[in-house]
Structure formats: C-alpha cells, structure tokens
Design a protein around this ligand. Structure first.
Ligand code: ADP
Ligand code: ADP
Length: 229
C-alpha cells in the first residue's frame, strides 16, 4: 500500500522557467527510491507536488493508482509523513513536541516512538529558551537530536508513505550515520522517497534517480551508478 507514481510531470513556478521537464518514476509500495542531484535540480519541488502545494502543468501523480488531483491536502498529509531538513520545536516538553497534532496517541505510544528514535531520555525535558515559573533552563538539543524529535513524530503518525528531505544534511558524519540507521528503521516496509544531494547518503535505496535541471538523467541501483561513474 502507498505506491507513488509520477507520469511525465511538467511543472513551472513561473511560465517562462520550467522546473520539471517531464519527470516519470515509480516508488513501488514498501520500496525506497532516492532522488539525488545538484541544488536547484527540482528535487524539493517533487515533494511539494506530492503534497499538492502546487499542481503540475501536465502529467499525473498517482498514489495506489489514484490521481492525487482527486485527493484533499488533508488526506495527503495523513498518508505522507515528512522528516524535514530542519525541525522547529514548540516551547513545551520534547514529549509534547512529539505528540503535537497526534492528540489521540497514548503516553505509552509517545514513549515507544521516542525510544525508537532514541530520544526517550529527553521526553520530559523542555527545549532551550523555554522559561518556566520554576526557573527551569531547558535543554539545548543538537541538530541530530532535533532530527530525532522529527523522526519520533513520524513514527507516532505511522504513515504508509515517507518523504525524507535531505534529512541528514545538517549533521556531522558520526551523527549522520546514526540518524541514517534510525531513518532506515522507520522506512522499512514503507514507501519512501528520499531527497538527497549526495549519492553516498542513499546507499540502501532500491532505486536512485539522478535529477539535473528538471530531467532524470540517470537511474539505477547504487552500484550501477557508481560503476557508470
Ligand atoms: P532542489 O530541491 O533540487 O534544490 P528545488 O525544487 O527546491 O530544487 O528548486 C528548483 C528550482 O525552482 C530552483 O531554481 C528554485 O530557485 C526554483 N524555485 C523553488 N521554489 C520556487 C518558488 N516558490 N518560486 C519560483 N521558483 C522557485
Ligand atoms: P505533521 O504533524 O507531521 O507536520 P501535518 O498534518 O502538519 O503533520 O503535515 C503532514 C505532512 O506534511 C508532515 O509530514 C509535514 O512535515 C508535511 N508538511 C506540512 N507542511 C509542510 C510544508 N510547508 N512544506 C513541506 N512539508 C510540509
């Protein structure tokens, strides 16, 4: 469940400047496809179209064979989880941040999601900058720890489709490896679209598309692409 398909999708933010020039690909249900390419290639535009923040000028986007043009943004947001590049925390506990918008989740479910993302030791802490009447100072979370909060939020939501947008770009290489492992755990069994700058971060994708100036210029497995240079 959750197969994603782009059929000859063309898109421009402004008419005289096409951004996607006929992009076609499929993420079979439960598989991981990565889109790599230089900055400005149109990678994030693909995820914005998937959420219907914009509509393609031509071509179709389908989920499980149904054109998303027939779906509401609300239903798409329920079906698609996104781990963004950067996570902004609300001024409340880490546990509240994980739970935000998922009010039906039980305390045990929040704790389980936090444990899977390895952020459970912070669940009752407040992020830095939150002043309380008892004078608590709050906790300064690293980029990696913030990313874990986003990962826990996504685990709690449990969507069939995941979009990971350069989710490890802001991290040092040790943290990156660690987060990569956590992302791989949550993407297992889910349809996953990874958006990345570098081939080295998407070793485990079932298929990799190389996007350049709005065109898919190469596709294949990680070893395929390496052997082609
Ligand atoms: P990538 O994710 O590969 O770096 P993007 O999809 O973010 O690329 O952007 C592709 C191109 O579209 C870039 O040249 C960018 O400047 C342009 N672009 C992005 N958003 C907008 C927008 N809202 N209006 C006009 N141009 C945009
Ligand atoms: P969440 O609590 O996961 O953010 P939402 O219903 O608010 O759930 O959003 C659904 C999905 O859409 C989320 O995974 C979120 O990251 C993504 N999303 C919401 N707004 C934006 C946006 N402006 N740009 C990119 N992704 C967004």
């Amino acid at each position: 469940e959750g197969a994603v398909r782009f059929e000859d999708v063309r898109f421009a933010y402004v008419p005289e400047r096409p951004i996607l020039k006929g992009v076609s690909f499929e993420v079979p249900a439960g598989k991981t496809v990565a889109i790599v390419g230089p900055s400005g290639a149109g990678k994030s535009t693909i995820s914005r179209l998937l959420f219907r923040f914009y509509e393609p000028q031509s071509g179709r986007i389908l989920i499980d064979g149904q054109p998303i043009a027939d779906a509401t943004q609300k239903s798409l947001r329920a079906a698609i989880g996104m781990v963004p590049q950067d996570t902004v925390l609300f001024n409340d506990t880490i546990g509240y941040n994980i739970r935000y918008g998922r009010w039906e989740a039980t305390e045990a479910e929040v704790e389980e999601a936090a444990a899977l993302a390895q952020i459970d030791r912070f669940i009752r802490s407040l992020p830095e900058g939150f002043a309380t009447s008892v004078g608590e100072r709050g906790l300064k979370l690293s980029g990696g720890e913030k990313q874990r909060v986003a990962i826990a939020r996504t685990i709690l939501k449990g969507p069939p489709i995941l979009v990971l947008d350069e989710a490890t770009s802001a991290l040092d290489s040790f943290t990156e490896k660690d987060i990569q492992d956590a992302l791989e755990r949550i993407s297992r069994g889910r349809t996953t679209l990874v958006i990345a700058h570098r081939l080295s971060t998407v070793v485990n994708a079932d298929e990799i598309l190389v996007l350049d100036k709005g065109v898919v210029v190469e596709r294949g497995s990680h070893p395929d692409l390496l052997s082609r240079g």
